[in-house]
Design a protein. Sequence first.
Lengths: 157, 94
Amino acid sequence: MISTKRRVFLKGTLAAGTVGVAVGAGLLAPSKLLAAWPSDVFEAQGLDAAMEAALGSTDIPDSDDIDLSAPEIAENGAVVPVSIETSLDDVTEIALFAEENDFSATAHYVLASGTKPKVSSRIRLGESSNVVAAVKSGDSWYKTVREVKVTVGGCGG
Amino acid sequence: MSIRVRAQESNGVVNVRALMSHDMLVPDDDGGPHFIETVEIKRNGEDAITAHWNFTVSRNPFLQVEFDGSAGDTVSVSWTDNKGESDSTEVEVG
């Protein structure tokens, strides 16, 4: 287990370094970055670090135009249905976080034009948690937050 | 391994529901972490949506998305996991 985790860590570090150099040199447009699995986002611990890595900030304005649908009470934290939909225009990315999960970044979606800003999936919550949905509309991120109470946790991680 | 996909068009919008068989092992599981990192859904060969996931997505992941399209279009769904395994499938929009 130790060696596995170390390898994952090293892989993440190397990937972040390479991407950083490429961005600095102007070789990659930001949207192209997300063609690869963003290890810095998913290996970040805690909500603030995950949001900083995924959105570039923790100070994201709330929006009433994002509909985050999730159960108020989830009997089984292993399978919590979450749907995100927004009426905001020009949506190119949607990010989902679970605050109380150690690794808070859960999903990051990249949308092509013609794809509706509407995504549903099922996630794990280790315990009762705020769930945060962030939507990139134009050049700006907006978010909405919902609390989900979990009766039986469903996350070993 | 398998991916079950249903793609239905209504009023010019294609609704895609995909169910992927994968254990999505978290780090504390034997053999974990072992999870789908990236899912790509394409319409007629063009990217519609890319999903990047953590191991906190539930076992046997479900994904539902919508995009502009028509009956008869081809929708492909493919995933790759953190150990380099992959699967893909293609359906015609009904």
